[in-house]
Design a protein around this ligand. Structure first.
Ligand code: NAD
Ligand code: DAU
Length: 339
């Protein structure tokens, strides 16, 4: 089996490559990644010398690049993780989100059509369902809900999902889409809540919590997401959407406090800052479909997953210290300076 995984120098894609090479001994994986600020070759070090693995630096939105890789290798499956993924950055500068997340998806699907790929899988997000109110804990995101969006990021991901379904209906492209809740785990870029809080708390720096900290996210350990995608690409039905999440809702303040407790750091580090524009209130996935149809259930409880994650950041300081010492520092000052 030959698989193309795009965006795998980033957080979830890299974890997915590790998971797949470990689970399927006879699979060959090519990674296509343009190495934006979020992509890091250091992350792929554990597999770089594996002869089942190939890395190509390239942009998913560049037709020539993509088509030439498809010509070289006969891929059976294409899994698209490549994206601009940070909501705050999309509020600052939406353009690149539209290019990578929408046009990149189009180019990849055009190549899949041209070369007869058997399955195109789009890694989507629960943010395409908009948000849920805080005072209705009985409501959850289901696959049949209409698509909406609060940020340029989620609008770009929603557009990509619509395009994927259109390619299925119009051209018969064999597609699947997964929509997952918030992931956490090793190799997440320290601009996202959990690694940002871990890195800053370790340095006794103030911890920026947006608004009141009451917004709710539904956290899933990254390996559980990878296992779900593995199941969908093999057993999922063409043209179907699968929600992925583990009923693990927490307010942002709860998450920050759990991290502080593990690190034995004081809650006085918490600093409430101006809210994110258009900030979604609550995400909560109903994972009934993937459970019933494919037998998927999450295996890592939040208490265990957060400990594994914190331990990983403690043991791999060099990985994230390199990131936050460079250009990222300017990003942090720019984004949080006036809040
Ligand atoms: P990430 O930002 O950590 O990684 C994105 C990767 O894509 C990077 O390696 C980057 O270099 C690469 N990339 C960006 N633009 C590219 C381009 N034009 N061509 C080729 N490569 C490019 O993101 P992540 O958190 O690992 O998210 C991966 C996917 O999963 C995204 O599609 C995201 O929307 C989706 N998702 C993320 C979460 C989450 O909690 N992080 C949850 C649900 C869905
Ligand atoms: O739900 C899936 C989505 O989860 C993915 O599609 C996105 O790619 C991923 O980035 C994530 O989006 P969020 O916006 O939910 O994640 P983020 O880590 O940026 O923020 C989580 C919550 O924490 C959110 O309510 C905003 C808040 N927050 C975030 C940061 C970075 C803070 O309070 N302070 C911060 O400094």
């Amino acid at each position: 089996m030959k698989i193309l995984v795009t965006g795998a120098a980033g957080f979830i894609g890299s974890n997915f490559v590790f998971y797949m090479l470990d689970k399927h001994e006879d699979y060959k994986i090519t990674v296509l990644d343009s190495l934006t600020y979020a992509g890091n070759m250091e992350t792929l070090k554990p597999v770089i010398t594996d002869n089942r693995f190939r890395f190509v630096r390239g942009d998913v939105a560049k037709r020539d690049t993509v088509f030439s890789i498809f010509k070289e290798e006969e891929f059976d499956i294409v899994i698209n993780f490549a994206a601009e993924s940070h909501v705050d950055r999309s509020i600052e500068d939406p353009g690149v989100f539209l290019r990578t997340n929408i046009l990149g998806t189009q180019v990849l699907m055009d190549a899949c059509r041209e070369f007869g790929v058997k399955r195109y899988h789009q890694v989507g997000t629960d943010e395409v369902y908009g948000d849920l109110p805080l005072d209705r804990p009985d409501l959850f995101f289901t696959e049949d809900m209409s698509i909406t969006a609060s940020s340029p990021y989620s609008a770009s991901k929603a557009s990509a999902d619509l395009l994927v379904m259109a390619y299925h209906r119009t051209y018969g492209l064999p597609v699947t889409i997964s929509r997952c809740s918030n992931n956490y785990g090793p190799y997440q870029f320290p601009e996202k809540l959990i690694p940002l809080i871990i890195a800053r708390a370790l340095e006794d720096k103030e911890l920026p919590v947006y608004g009141t900290g009451e917004n709710v996210r539904d956290w899933l350990y990254v390996e559980d997401h990878c296992r779900a995608i593995d199941m969908i690409i093999h057993e999922g039905k063409e043209g179907e959407v699968y929600n992925i999440g583990g009923h693990n809702e927490k307010t942002n303040l709860e998450v920050v406090k759990v991290i502080l407790k593990h690190l034995n750091k004081p809650e006085s580090l918490i600093t409430f800052v101006g809210d994110r524009k258009g900030h979604d209130l609550r995400y909560a996935i109903d994972p009934e479909k993937i459970h019933k149809e494919l037998g998927w259930l999450p295996t890592t409880k939040f208490d265990d997953g957060i400990k594994l994650t914190i331990d990983w950041y403690l043991e791999n300081k060099k990985w994230w210290e390199n990131i936050i010492s460079g250009e990222y520092q300017q990003y942090y000052d720019h984004m949080y300076g006036g809040r």
